[in-house]
Design a protein around this ligand. Structure first.
Ligand code: ATP
Ligand code: MG
Length: 408
């Protein structure tokens, strides 16, 4: 196996360091990452490894299976991508690693990160996800990429139907968002995949929340894994300011009014649905609004983790109605924090509510009027509705001026 990591920094011999200081000054090179990949990190602006990277990379390089648990936005992708690329450089091979992720968007993002880190070594990745033409994916697989990043369902399709494609020589399996990959939704797919890849491989599980159910973890067929947990309990990051906003449920159809208010204050907004809740890394997200309270408390951690990533700050605001109080308390219990109420000016919000209601009424009237006009003109013009439709739109764009001209 790869040479074990040596802590050979001569500078550190001069002044004795505390353990914490030593951790803080560690470089990627200290972790055992090879020079060309250290340069790639440098080019991405990763000046030093994050905590989970410090914990996981040396062990991964020693060939251990890993369960990596660290807060959102803390660089878990790098923590598994770097050791895999490092190993790939040592023993180059096609179809070397498979990364399973729960969503398409996340698969593309992980692929981008592998490509960014591995550009100078010519690493080739294929993203195999649903909703995209299967044929082009078969072609990509035929070229035998080094790394396959896939959602489980579509990968099974290719394993079953794409001639010449198999993962029998695979060396690394990663489950990103592992607790999600190992839950019921993906059960049959994951079991099928595990049957057709070698038992003799390295397995990495990573997530910000991990299942405690040993049975589920056993399904991943880890071998004597080490757990790299950056914190012992589920944490949201320090620089995230979290609030709740109590809204009687009858006002929740008024989402636009409230949102406009947030918009006026914030530069970007993410309305979290659970499809976008995990893993996505969009650095400039400033605020996460939980319009509906997540029913699984762990989803809260993933959702709010879309902001305040990689040491940045961010805000999360969760709407709580009279029916959500219990769920909300469960979330507070999970993250071990009581959240403050988000300060709003009730009068202002209510004023917006009125304006929105008025705008909605106006829009409905316009739509109805437009519908009737269209019906009438269709009756007048027989089957020539394209032209009429176009004039209608032009009238709107020109603020009604066209109408006058048409009248001549
Ligand atoms: N060592 C580093 N220094 C600076 N930035 C880093 C470092 N490692 C990763 N990053 C950046 O941090 C951001 C978050 O990384 P990543 O998406 O891997 O987080 P994550 O831990 O997987 O979060 P999540 O739980 O939400 O999936 C990315 O933009 C990534 O480029
Ligand atoms: Mg991630």
């Amino acid at each position: 196996m790869a040479a074990s990591v040596e802590h050979d920094s001569p500078e550190s011999m001069e002044a004795p360091q505390t353990a914490v200081e030593a951790e803080e000054t560690k470089t990627f090179k200290d972790l055992g990452v090879t020079d060309v990949l250290c340069e790639a990190c440098d080019q991405l602006g990763w000046t030093k490894p994050t905590k989970i990277q410090i914990e996981a990379i040396p062990l991964a390089l020693q060939g251990r299976d890993i369960i990596g648990l660290a807060e959102t936005g803390s660089g878990k992708t790098g923590a598994f991508a770097l050791p895999i690329l490092n190993a790939l450089l040592e023993t180059p091979q096609r179809l070397f690693a498979l990364v399973l992720t729960p969503t398409r968007e996340l698969a593309f993002q992980i692929s981008e990160q592998f490509e960014a880190l591995g550009s100078s070594i010519g690493v080739q990745c294929a993203v195999i996800v649903g909703g995209i033409d299967s044929m082009s994916q078969s072609l990509a697989l035929a070229k035998k990429p080094h790394i396959v990043i896939a959602t489980p369902g579509r990968l099974i399709d290719h394993l079953e139907n794409t001639k010449g494609f198999n993962l029998r020589a695979l060396k690394y399996l990663v489950m990103d968002e592992a607790d999600r990959i190992l839950n019921m939704d993906f059960e049959t797919e994951v079991d099928k995949i595990l049957k057709v890849i070698p038992r003799d491989r390295k397995t990495f599980l990573f997530s910000a929340t991990m299942t405690k159910k040993v049975q589920k973890l056993q399904r991943a067929a880890l071998k004597n894994p080490v757990k790299c947990a950056v914190s012992s309990k589920y944490q949201t990051v320090e620089k995230l300011q979290q609030y709740y906003l109590f809204i009687p449920s009858k006002f929740k159809s008024k989402r636009l009014g409230s949102l406009n208010k947030f918009k006026a204050k914030a530069r970007s907004i993410l309305l979290a649905t659970d499809v976008a809740s995990r893993g996505l890394d969009i650095p400039h997200v400033d605020v996460v609004v939980n319009f509906d309270i997540p029913t699984h408390s762990k989803d809260y951690i993933h959702r709010v983790g879309r902001t305040a990533r990689a040491g940045r700050s961010g805000k999360a605001i969760t709407f709580v109605t009279q029916y959500d109080v219990e769920l909300f308390q469960r979330i507070e219990h999970l993250i071990g924090k009581k959240l403050p109420v988000f300060p709003t000016q009730d009068d202002e919000v209510m004023m917006l509510t009125e304006r929105v209601t008025e705008a909605q009424r106006f829009a409905r009237m316009e739509l109805r009027e437009h519908g009737e006009k269209k019906k009438r003109s269709r009756e007048d013009a027989g089957d020539n509705d394209d032209t009429e439709g176009a004039i209608g739109v032009r009238n709107k764009v020109a603020g009604g001026k066209m109408k006058k001209r048409k009248g001549h």
